[in-house]
Design a protein. Sequence first.
Length: 517
Amino acid sequence: MTTGRDTQSEWQPLLDELEQRRAAAYDAGGEARTRREHDLGRFTARERIDMLCDPGSFLEFGTFTTTPTPDRILPSSMICGLAEIDGRPVAVGAEDYTVEAGAVGIHLRKIKGSFGGFIEELAYGYRIPLVLLLQGVGGNVYLQELKGYAELVSSLGTAPMFDLLDRVPVVTAVLGPAAGSSAARAGISHFSIMSEPHGCCFAAGPPLVKTALGLEVDKFQLGGVDVHTRRSGLINNPAIDEPDAFAQIRRFLSFLPSEATSLPPTVESWTTADPNDLFSVVSPNGRRAYDVHALISGVFDTDSFFEMTPNFGPSLRTGLARLEGMPVGVLATDNRHLAGSMNAPAARKQADFVRMCDRFGLPLVYLVDAPGFLVGPEAEAEGVLTFGADALRAIHEVTVPVYTVQVRRSFGLGGQATGNPGPTSLRLSWPSGIWGDMPVQGGIEAAFKAELENSADKAALRAELEERFRKQTSTWTTVERFGVDEMIDPRDTRKYLGRLLRLARHSRAAELRDTRH
């Protein structure tokens, strides 16, 4: 339809201004600041989004938001919008360090993200995963001045930041320095990653630490990869560089549904290891260590295991895998660390992991060779009983099935924390399994201390007692009384788990249908 007039000439000035403003937004903090990021080996916010998401899929919102500075008007310090990762819709936000060091735009009418902001609301409303790429200083005094007043922070809300955790997968990646709210946001997620060369996060940076405590410390000593993946547990996985971080994000999301009321995705084809290889991996002799990663590879689909939190609490391995193409949460005690004992970090890791899997409907498989809780003064001071009790509570409260595979040992409360008493959870044992309230040797020392001390032949009495209680605690006695659901040939592990996982998926689908209706 035409109006008889040349309307293109009327539109052109408006379109020219639109493109001029778009070019200014894409220029971010300017050429010098962009070059500085590149010289440091880091990428800019938009470059990161392009590397993470499917080509051409990013649809930006708030492109023309501005950040006033003493020198000039800059674009927004947060880039956000909708995109796709491997064909699935996601909400994505990236702090732009070239603009006021990625500071939170509290001067805006509504915050774009990532602490209760626009992009979080979008993810919550549309029930799609949220991915946040973090490199920012959190608050900024100058931007607060622009707002016109200092806000009493106890009055600020956080919605839907915590609500999101119950609804959709949330992933955070720390790709450079992150402080304050930006650093805290890293831990409010289901999966967090930190770039080894450049990532670091802290409540307050080195200048404030020096002012408050008089300590000289660099940013990596204060909150680098080693601090947060090995000691604090704030970050799940290290990444060797930014491309590795993006690959890990894509891999993590591939196991999970887009939101909590959907089924996790499956794959149509898979390969497996020769089940006879299990015999060369695990010895029935409980004193011989074995490679738990080789065990995991022998049970689940080839190359499907994606480990989470590998450096924190390494006596317990956690991660996502597939069995016959079906996603599953995997826990496996690692006897190469603390003989597989559960210490406070391992307990914390277990509690967080099983709750995440339960939220998104992933059944759990627990490969067990556990002597129990770690003992000793240091373990007690770290709170092994406090965190161990939470690990026990977490696995006993999940609604998804827990399939416990008793590879070798299971003793005490640490052993109790490897299973679930619910009607859909089962316990399978290999013939190498051994269990009880505590190992016979230690139990005898505790129960018969006086008799052993007063015996004329302590060695003979100890041997007699060990033999007596070894017969009493035979695993076959438990099996004969149906105290374990099935004793299996290790080579049949996949057969049993595959059948059970198919049933679990069918049950979950029916449950979701009933909920919708």
